[in-house]
Design a protein around this ligand. Structure first.
Ligand code: PLP
Length: 426
């Protein structure tokens, strides 16, 4: 058959290698997950061929009757899942969902207040190299260096001082529950919009295991591929009841910053939203949190500093300042043992953002492949074994090889997509 392997062996081989890597390595990057075969089937469908600029029932192209069904279902399901009365399922990514929200809510030059990248915010929350920091006057808040938690009094002080038109709450690296109501109170006090970017915790929110920002924020944005376990993409939601705002948000996505929606991805989002309504998904998200708590507990027991002392969600940060180990070296050593994490800045980090003194560890992916607390505790122990040798300044080659062997065995016992996926990719 003229399949990809024969038609384009170079790309087919790289895909096969990536499938093998995903099966054989332990994935602890907090923003990654494994989408279901059904999500991938929808995403790999002929819907990729269709232009559908506009919105269901109001398209600029003919032949949209079937993709309209898909987009309407995606919108209905997103609203039902999150208790929203508005959803835009077209943003190509989380960053584009945020860009659209900015366009709808503020004008270039306006002041915005978001969490700094170095303290766990995202690039799109006002970081200098991003559109959000370049075209807007961005003021940034961070963590209290003593507690490792958001300092709401400081957020309030900054809001009073700078009078932002938009406040952004949400994060890429924060292990505690955010007080959304407090953020809304601060926004109301200065007449600002509140936008919550729940990209990291969307799956936990959908399952009811993390407080929903929908009752508090004017606009909620998210990605669909992290804890939510859908295809790579973005989503905008609101339960504000503000029809004028909904119109502005739709206009900001199309035509202001995007052209044709990715209908195959929207179909995959709809499949993922339906999966997220199941009891299995609710149990999965509870396990994600239990696993993160179990891993964080091992690090604390073994004498490592966990930022804020633990976790309430799917991730936590390990500070290696005390050990004098950099995040860069730790990330590289673990990578050689086939454990994928990412280096991350921690409060009071003496190292540059490229080097850092911390690691961000997340459990969404390992939980999808079936790890429970026991596997997660064992895994955390292996990571500590490697970090201990690094902290002694000794050669890590031997411990890396030992852990690599144990990782291979554990991964074989917990396949992600199983033999069928590996064979299909071969
Ligand atoms: N918002 C948050 C909080 C994120 O953590 C991320 C990605 O890591 C994004 C937005 C951006 O999503 P994307 O990579 O899909 O643009």
């Amino acid at each position: 058959a003229n399949n990809l392997t024969t038609a384009d062996p170079q790309i087919a081989a790289a895909i096969a290698d990536e499938v093998a890597r995903q099966e054989a390595h332990i994935e602890l990057i907090a923003s990654e997950n494994y989408a279901s075969p059904q999500v991938m089937e929808a995403q790999g469908s002929q819907l990729t061929n269709k232009y559908a600029e506009g919105y269901p029932g109001k398209r600029y192209y003919g032949g949209c009757e079937h993709v309209d069904v898909v987009e309407r279902l995606a919108i209905e399901r997103a609203c039902a899942l999150f208790g929203a009365d508005y959803a835009n399922v077209q943003p190509h990514s989380g960053a584009q969902a945020n860009a659209a929200a900015f366009m709808a809510l503020v004008s270039p030059g306006d002041t915005v207040l978001g969490m700094s990248l170095a303290h766990g915010g995202h690039l799109t929350h006002g970081a200098a190299p991003n559109f959000s920091g370049k075209y807007y006057h961005a003021v940034q808040y961070g963590l209290n260096p003593e507690t490792g938690e958001i300092d709401y009094d400081e957020v309030e002080r900054l809001a009073q001082e700078h009078k932002p038109k938009l406040i952004i709450a949400g994060f890429s690296a924060y292990s505690r529950v955010i007080n959304w109501r407090r953020f809304r109170d601060i926004a109301d006090a200065v007449g600002a919009w509140l936008m919550v970017d729940m990209a990291h915790v969307a799956g936990l929110v959908a399952a009811g295991h993390y407080p929903s920002p929908l009752p508090h924020a004017h606009v909620v944005t998210t990605t669909t591929h992290k804890t939510l376990r859908g295809p790579r993409g973005g989503l905008i939601l609101s339960a504000s009841g503000d029809e004028a705002l909904y119109k502005k948000l739709n206009g900001a996505v199309f035509p202001r910053q995007q052209g044709g929606p990715l209908m195959h991805v929207i179909a995959a989002k709809a499949v993922a939203f339906r999966e997220a309504m199941s009891q299995d998904f609710v149990r999965y998200q509870a396990q994600v949190i239990d696993n993160a708590k179990a891993m964080a507990g091992v690090f604390v027991e073994r004498g490592f500093d966990v930022v804020s002392g633990g976790t309430d969600d799917h991730l936590f940060l390990v500070s290696l300042i005390k050990q004098g180990v950099t995040g860069k070296d730790a990330d590289a050593a673990l990578g050689r043992a086939h454990i994928t994490v990412n280096k991350n800045a921690v409060p009071n980090d003496p190292q540059s953002p490229f080097v850092t003194s911390g690691l961000r560890i997340g459990t969404p992916a390992v939980t999808t492949r079936g790890f429970g607390q026991a596997e997660c505790e064992t895994l955390a122990g292996w990571i500590c074994d490697i970090l201990d040798v690094l902290a002694q300044g000794a050669d890590t080659a031997e411990i890396e090889a030992e852990v690599r062997g144990k990782v291979a065995e554990l991964c074989t016992r917990h396949p992600v997509y199983g033999q069928a996926a590996t064979e299909a990719a071969d």
